[in-house]
Design a protein. Structure first.
Ligand code: UTP
Length: 290
């Protein structure tokens, strides 16, 4: 199984980050000097993804602009001998094949993924939720791809979440432990109440799915929040005999789609950079003394 394509749904409203998201898509919130989506494409390239299907809406030209060459800026920077400042994003533009696909209305994550059917075709593919940043030396998606290839089936990334947060996630009911951190799934439940959650293992923002998900999504009615849920599509796919495993990724994850986690991601990222680490540590300890 070769996995070279990934879908990145980026057509949601980003209500948790209003008013910022009134004019700038949440997928472009900065993690230090790079937009979140830039880090996602880097993770994809490092995982062997060559083609990215980015689902957007008409209100988000900023995403396309960011990943397009800016000749005017390049000329100005070149004159100042500062080409290196945008070399990173230019490399990305050069190495990643990006397709933009419109989702006419934000009808849900499952509906957004369905928009990519034609481009993905009949291949297994990856999905990134671009508001979830994973910080690890081994790219998160590459860990999933390795397991999908080993077991020749679909696989969703999961992580333990606190009990009070299960109602915000798709939760996995486990049938069997196959190996360390890898589970056979019994069923998936979208946003259960604490009392009805079969576990605290939540589906997080990385998937490798069989292309049969598209037929299943076409047969999926609006569910929780009156949106077409990807979790419900995966359930439909499983009910039709498709094997789906869950892999517990231990990588540190930040939901940068909400302001508090976004701030934590920035602090963690700064602390991981030798250039900033010492100053940030001093600054944080000074703040605590006040
Ligand atoms: P979220 O539910 O986190 O995004 O979806 P949201 O709806 O934009 O955010 P809030 O809850 O209102 O703050 C996860 C990803 O799926 C995309 C979003 O852009 C986000 O990157 N998405 C969601 C779509 O592309 N289309 C949709 O209809 C819904």
């Amino acid at each position: 199984m070769k996995i070279t394509k990934a879908v990145i749904p980026a057509a949601g409203l980003g209500t948790r980050f209003l008013p910022f998201t009134k004019s700038i898509p949440k997928e472009l919130v900065p993690i230090m000097e790079k937009p979140a989506l830039h880090l996602i494409i880097e993770e994809g390239l490092a995982s062997g993804i060559k083609e990215f299907e980015i689902i957007i809406n008409d209100d988000k030209p900023a995403i396309n602009n960011y990943f397009s060459p800016n000749n005017h800026l390049e000329t100005l920077l070149h004159a100042k001998n500062k080409d290196s400042l945008i070399a990173g994003v230019n490399n990305l533009i050069h190495n990643a094949h990006l397709n933009y696909i419109a989702q006419p209305k934000p009808l849900g994550l499952g509906h957004a993924i369905l928009m990519a059917q034609e481009k993905v075709g009949d291949e297994y593919f990856g999905i990134f939720l671009p508001d979830e940043i994973m910080m690890d030396t081994t790219p998160a998606l590459s860990q999933l791809i390795a397991k999908a290839q080993q077991y020749n089936c679909s696989i969703v990334a999961v992580q333990e979440v606190p009990r009070e947060k299960v109602s915000s996630y798709g939760i996995v009911s486990i049938k069997q432990n196959l190996e360390k951190n890898l589970f056979e799934i019994d069923k998936l439940i979208e946003k259960p109440s604490i009392n009805h959650a079969p576990s605290t293992l939540a589906i997080i923002g990385r998937y490798v799915l069989s292309p049969t998900i598209f037929a299943s999504l076409k047969n999926t009615q609006a569910g929780s929040g009156n949106e077409i849920q990807l979790t419900d599509g995966i359930t439909h796919m499983m009910n039709n005999g498709e094997r789906v495993l869950a892999y517990n990724i231990t990588t540190h994850r930040y939901d940068v789609g909400n302001p508090l986690d976004w701030l934590k991601a920035n602090i963690a990222y700064a602390l991981s950079q030798p250039l900033y680490a010492t100053e940030i540590k001093h600054y944080l300890s000074d703040l605590q003394k006040k």
